[in-house]
Write a protein that binds this ligand. Sequence first.
Ligand SMILES: Nc1nc2c(c(=O)[nH]1)N[C@H]1C(S)=C(S)[C@@H](COP(=O)(O)O)O[C@H]1N2
Ligand SMILES: [Mo]
Length: 346
Amino acid sequence: MLIKKPDDIKSSEITPEHVYRNRRQFMKDSSHFILGAAATGLGAAALAQNGDALKARAPASLQRSAPAPWWEQKFANIKPAPDSEPYFTGETLTPYRDVTNYNNFYEFGMDKSDPSRRSGEYKVDPWSIEVTGEAGKPGTYHLEDILKPLDLEERVYRLRCVEAWSMVVPWIGFSLGDMLKRFEPTSNAKYVEFETMVDPETMPGVTSRFAIVDWPYREGLRIDEAMNPLAFIAVGLYGSYLPAQNGAPLRLVVPWKYGFKSIKSIVRINFRETQPDTTWVDLQANEYGFYANVNPNVHHPRWRQDMERRLPQTLFSRQYIETRLFNGYAEQVAHMYDGMDLSVHY
Ligand SMILES: Nc1nc2c(c(=O)[nH]1)N[C@H]1C(S)=C(S)[C@@H](COP(=O)(O)O)O[C@H]1N2
Ligand SMILES: [Mo]
């Protein structure tokens, strides 16, 4: 790698907006970039870290410490995102600050800032996942054993919430299918169901009298959706460990579906023959469906779904863009819904 981190650049000056770089663009104007890096302290550390640079890293001062020693080894070797769709989008990344302070994670409260402000007591080590149902290898697995054979990679995906805001996030993780295959789902496994941790001691939203969710938070996918290469398990973002508020230590990321499908802090995986009940469908079936594919043509009673507000926003600028069918991932996923009426199976 041709850039070394200059000693005089304080890592605290490195901000994620600056760190972001399209590698091809980088090759084109690298001399300009080196000058820029030296002058302003942009993301030289980020670019030097891997032989082939990650798209983005958290500011060093904000990078998480490893949840346990074995995590460091995993994170030492991350395959950078490619330069093309579907595992990369040319769009500007949503800054680390917004990705980690504007969250939906009702277990910590209902305000967007609750998950980052109120998750200080939350613990992710030790962590195990219970695998049940239609699988050849059910059991309780320690997270370390699940992650051991899986290689980490970076993927830059759009995340579109049903509340009509969206982000672009550089996740770190692996294909959901690669993890699930090892539990050997049987031919009866037509769906997979996930559950989130419930810990009243460290998750203040769980005991709140305003809580509307019947815990644990539950989500599910059809098995072919789960095995689609785009379905992802994130264990990090911006090159660092996942913060509590984003679903540490591991969460689902299903980029072609509304954000609520991307369940956080998973403790149980259940393979089943029938479609599972899921949290938001149970709460309000006329508003939220099991499929929840991003679709500008399917009306929602409270938020318009043909447009979205792309974060970050400031007091002075809000960026509205058109929402795309399957959140722009139609080429990879539309075939799974051939013959289905998407306004019925919303
Ligand atoms: N356990 C759990 N998972 C959850 C939620 C939640 O409240 N609890 N909110 C969902 C919603 S509505 C969205 S939009 C995404 C937000 O993910 P982010 O905070 O990492 O952007 O998480 C999803 N996963
Ligand atoms: Mo959401």
